[in-house]
Design a protein around this ligand. Structure first.
Ligand code: NDP
Length: 249
């Protein structure tokens, strides 16, 4: 079972993996976990100090030195992502993994109250940026000497619309759709595309959605790493176009 997967030491050695939102929450845990398994991580995020903090934790632990890419997904253009893809090819030769993890929640409110600019911002960060980023790095993923793995991130509200979760919910439906389209276009052996649902996890985003709940009851980002390790390891090479639940139902 993917959510109980035990990764073998150094199983991600020689892999170059880009993680969005690597400065905080689940993305930070993914970066540290993959680096521990020997991967060279490219840490993309908005707040430089947070990315530096993840960088320092990886270097201090003696894992492979990561690279930092400060980028605001809200403002970046298609050209930014193309340039980034070319820089990855110049510096590393290939990209073996991509974790599209960064996203924003926005205000929870009735559909009739959703502000147009907020709708656009959430769709820009959660959907349009993923579309452009994938297009920008596909040439680098195609150069992976083994099998490349792309992981997208959904939510329980990405298959079942929930009242007041408006734009975020719609953006996660789109994320799942994009993952399935890509999986159908690419041969799993070359590039596989799968989607994870983290389930309720102790992060800043979760706290903003459920401010009153007891955080001690929630799983931590570290607790949900087995699914991320499975999907990035060669053990998942045959899977594409699937949704993985990081927590047992
Ligand atoms: P956090 O809010 O804790 O972290 C999100 C990360 O994304 C941060 O590092 C943030 O950077 C980055 N980010 C946000 N906006 C941008 C932007 N415009 N440009 C670049 N980076 C950006 O979220 P989680 O760790 O909780 O969530 C990670 C993923 O898991 C998301 O896709 C979320 O939808 C999904 N998820 C989470 C659940 C949970 O319970 N936590 C449940 C279901 C799904 P910065 O810190 O600098 O703002």
């Amino acid at each position: 079972v993917a959510n109980q997967y035990a990764a073998k030491p150094q199983s991600l050695e020689n892999k170059v993996i880009l993680i969005t939102g690597a400065g905080d929450g689940i993305g930070r845990a993914v970066a540290l976990t993959y680096a521990k398994l020997g991967a060279t991580c490219i840490l993309l995020g908005r707040t430089v100090s947070k990315l530096e903090n993840t960088y320092d934790a990886i270097v201090d632990a003696g894992y492979p030195e990561p690279a930092i890419v400060p980028l605001d997904l809200k403002g970046a253009s298609a050209q930014h992502y193309k340039d980034m893809g070319n820089t990855i090819i110049d510096q590393f030769g290939h990209l073996d993994g991509l974790v599209l993890n960064a996203s924003i929640l926005g205000m929870l409110c009735p559909f009739s109250q959703i502000k147009q600019d907020e709708w656009q911002d959430i769709m820009q960060v959660n959907v349009n940026a993923s579309f452009m980023l994938i297009q920008g790095v596909l040439p680098a993923l195609e150069k992976s000497p083994g099998s490349a793995s792309v992981i997208t991130t959904t939510s329980t509200v990405g298959r079942e619309g929930r009242k007041f979760w408006g734009t975020y919910s719609v953006s996660k439906f789109a994320t799942e759709g994009m993952t399935e389209v890509l999986a159908a276009e690419y041969d799993a052996q070359n590039i596989r595309f799968n989607c994870v649902n983290p389930g309720g996890t102790r992060t800043a985003m979760r706290a903003s959605a459920f401010p009153a709940e007891d955080k001690a009851q929630l799983r931590t980002p570290e607790d949900i790493m087995p699914t991320y390790c499975y999907l990035m390891s060669d053990d998942s090479i045959e899977h594409t176009g699937h949704l993985f639940e990081c927590q047992p139902k």
